[in-house]
Write a protein that binds this ligand. Structure first.
Ligand SMILES: [Zn+2]
Length: 51
C-alpha cells in the first residue's frame, strides 16, 4: 500500500504536489525535500514533506 505524502512550498506554503514514500524511506525516516515548480510564485522552490 503506498504511503502518500504532501509536498509544501517552503517559501509560500502552497501545497503543490503529492508523492509516495517507500517502506524503506518510512523506516529510515527520510524527509523529502525536492525542488519543484510553484504555481503561485511561478518559479522553482524547495518543497518539503508535510504530515
Ligand atoms: Zn511557493
Amino acid at each position: 500500500m503506498p504511503h502518500i505524502v504532501t509536498l509544501e512550498c517552503e517559501s509560500c506554503a502552497e501545497r503543490n504536489y503529492t508523492t509516495t514514500k517507500t517502506k524503506k524511506m518510512i523506516q529510515e525516516r527520510t524527509k523529502l525535500e525536492l525542488k519543484k515548480y510553484c504555481k503561485r510564485e511561478r518559479k522553482h522552490t524547495i518543497h518539503k514533506e508535510i504530515k
